[in-house]
Design a protein around this ligand. Structure first.
Ligand SMILES: NC(=O)c1ccc[n+]([C@@H]2O[C@H](COP(=O)([O-])OP(=O)(O)OC[C@H]3O[C@@H](n4cnc5c(N)ncnc54)[C@H](OP(=O)(O)O)[C@@H]3O)[C@@H](O)[C@H]2O)c1
Length: 256
């Protein structure tokens, strides 16, 4: 299948899944705008993209600041043109201890994982609406379908994102703009490397990126993977609460 886009922007391209998606897009002949805060790591991604035969432009950007996103998008637009594909991937995870409510942490998670994604997408939409074509993608998580111990704010930020993306998909449909929500399970990156609980079916970032880019090419509305975890999440909703609570407390019980 020929990849349908020639220009793309990825946030969170300095590491993990974002970096691997940039390389995969380069292999598909896509010029990529790479956004994140760490300039040195962005430069490394750009070198990898070029080694894969692609064109890359980097822009330092903090998705928690709307102005920073707008500036970065403007720079990318000048260098490679208005992006046909935007992947709002930048995200953070922070775990909290029981009874240790940290308002600043909760706010930061919502700011980066929810507002950061929405702001990124809305920064790119005017060009897409004018052309009546384009594709916006949010990287959510399978953690968005239930509240997980120590991760309430992370799960909530991704759940909010799912619902917002669903609304956007329906709004954009008549305008010819595709909207995709990606929900990965455990992917081996810095984000989760310190997790103490079991992480079944964990996958490399490279493999995850290949799967995500394929789902984007197919214009999937939502893409949940790997399928065994996706199935377990779905079954979890039909499991009696007494059993579900027991299982989840046991799995995440190691956290203090
Ligand atoms: N790994 C998993 O198991 C997993 C599972 C489900 C969903 N996800 C989601 O996948 C996405 C990518 O995560 P990852 O696993 O690849 O994590 P990662 O390796 O930690 O990479 C996160 C990326 O986000 C960027 N970022 C963080 N805060 C930012 C900010 N304020 N402004 C701009 N960029 C920012 C980081 O770059 P800088 O630090 O340079 O800014 C980095 O490039 C996230 O949305 C995450 O929630 C991950």
């Amino acid at each position: 299948m020929t990849f349908p886009y020639k220009t793309a922007v990825i946030t969170g391209a300095s590491a993990g899944i974002g970096r691997e998606m940039a390389i995969e897009l380069a292999r598909k002949g896509c010029a990529v705008g790479l956004l994140a805060r760490r300039e040195d790591e962005l430069t490394k991604t750009a070198e990898m993209v070029r080694a894969a035969g692609g064109k890359a432009v980097t822009a330092v950007c903090d998705v928690a600041k709307r102005e920073s996103i707008l500036l970065a998008m403007a720079l990318v637009r000048t260098e490679i043109g208005a992006p046909e594909l935007v992947i709002a991937n930048a995200g953070i995870a922070m775990e909290k201890r029981p009874l240790n409510f940290d308002a600043a942490m909760e706010e930061r998670l919502m700011q980066v994982n929810f507002m950061g994604v929405v702001d990124t997408i809305y920064a790119a939409l005017p060009d897409m609406v004018a052309r009546k074509s384009g594709h916006v993608v949010a990287i959510s998580s399978l953690a968005s379908f239930q509240g997980l111990p120590a991760n309430g704010a992370y799960c909530a930020s991704k759940a909010a994102l799912n619902v917002h993306m669903e609304a956007l998909r329906l709004e954009m449909r008549p305008l010819g703009i595709a909207v995709t929500t990606i929900c990965p399970g455990f992917i081996y990156t810095d984000l989760i490397k310190n997790n103490k609980h079991p992480m079944p079916f964990i996958m490399s970032a490279e493999k995850a990126a290949r799967k995500i880019i394929r789902a984007i090419a197919r214009k999937r509305r939502t893409f949940k993977f790997p399928w065994p975890i996706s199935l377990a999440v779905a079954l979890g909703h039909f499991t009696p609460r007494w059993l579900y609570d027991r299982l989840l407390t046991r799995i995440y019980g190691g956290k203090k």
